[in-house]
Design a protein around this ligand. Structure first.
Ligand SMILES: NC(=O)c1ccc[n+]([C@@H]2O[C@H](COP(=O)([O-])OP(=O)(O)OC[C@H]3O[C@@H](n4cnc5c(N)ncnc54)[C@H](O)[C@@H]3O)[C@@H](O)[C@H]2O)c1
Length: 271
């Protein structure tokens, strides 16, 4: 799906930050864009900025952590635009930076409700309808470098949510029909409002520069969509440490095929 002329693109959390830049990019490429978030004033402002530029933009208030709200969003889009071609599961929260030992179930739950269940609600509300629609479509999930490696202490709830989101995305990819592309974006730090005015996201890559890097990867239907070069090194360090552990304590041996867990799982769960 290289041309987005008249395609219908839904972006959760699209009033600000990364979601807003992605929404603008799709709209500039000719798509009708529907953004959603909880704050109506921010949605109105974002849509006005886009329509003032001649872009085709609309909004619907929606809390992605509420499945009924996301189903209402799907109804709104199909009823008013007749189709959905791209769903961008972007809405996210950073959680409070704190050591896991000082954290609470509520603190983890708040982050999981948006970063994991918000994404799942998008998949549940749109996924089957996209399959029934029968045309090529794209489910684009905005993850984080923190879904690939752990950069520092204090990020437990956020990192756990993004690792889980990555697992869901990687599994979904194996389960969806070929005409539904599933892709996952792994940004490093991008200048946005994430985490509030004192957050790390006040620095980093400008959102528009970030979108220019990821855009060709979206067009090329890449599964892993990447942007910040250092992530390769840090992800590589994790992989290297793990590889060393295997080399030292669990190397291959004659007849070890019977312990090939991937093969066993494929045989057990073939659909
Ligand atoms: N900015 C970064 O450095 C960075 C890095 C890696 C990943 N990300 C990811 O990018 C995505 C977008 O974040 P951002 O940095 O643009 O921050 P942002 O705060 O500008 O955007 C997040 C958007 O999600 C919306 N949102 C939050 N909870 C919601 C809910 N329950 N229902 C609907 N909308 C909700 C917010 O209103 C906001 O518009 C997030 O998933 C975030 O985890 C950001």
């Amino acid at each position: 799906m290289k041309s987005y002329n008249n395609k219908v693109v839904v972006v959760t959390g699209g009033a600000t930050g990364i979601g807003n830049s992605i929404a603008n990019k799709f709209a500039h490429e000719g798509a009708k864009v529907i953004i959603c978030a909880r704050r109506e004033d921010r949605l109105q402002q974002a849509v006005k900025e886009m329509t003032d530029k001649g872009l085709d933009a609309h909004y619907k208030v929606c809390d992605v952590s509420d499945l009924d709200d996301v189903k209402a969003l799907a109804d709104y889009v199909w009823n008013n635009f007749g189709q959905v071609d791209v769903l961008v599961n972007n809405a996210g929260v950073s959680g409070v930076p704190q050591p896991i030992i000082d954290s609470s179930k509520e603190a983890f739950q708040q982050v999981f409700d948006v970063n994991i269940f918000g994404m799942l609600n998008g998949i549940w509300a749109f996924g089957k309808r996209l399959i029934e629609q029968g045309s090529p479509a794209l489910i684009l999930n905005v993850n984080s470098e923190v879904g690939l490696y752990i950069p520092s202490p204090m990020v437990g709830s956020y990192a756990a949510s993004k690792y889980a989101a990555r697992a869901i995305c990687e599994t979904l990819r194996l389960e969806m029909p070929e005409y539904i592309q599933v892709s996952c974006i792994y940004p490093g730090i991008v200048q946005t409002e994430l985490g509030g005015s004192k957050a790390l996201t006040q620095v980093g890559m400008p959102a528009d520069e970030f979108v220019e890097i990821i855009w060709p990867q979206i067009e090329n239907r890449e599964f892993y969509i990447v942007s910040h070069p250092w992530a390769k090194d840090y992800f590589g360090e994790t992989a290297e440490e793990l590889t060393k552990a295997f080399d030292r304590y669990a190397p291959h041996f004659e007849g070890d095929e019977k312990y090939d867990s991937k093969l066993l799982a494929k045989q057990a769960f073939k659909s």
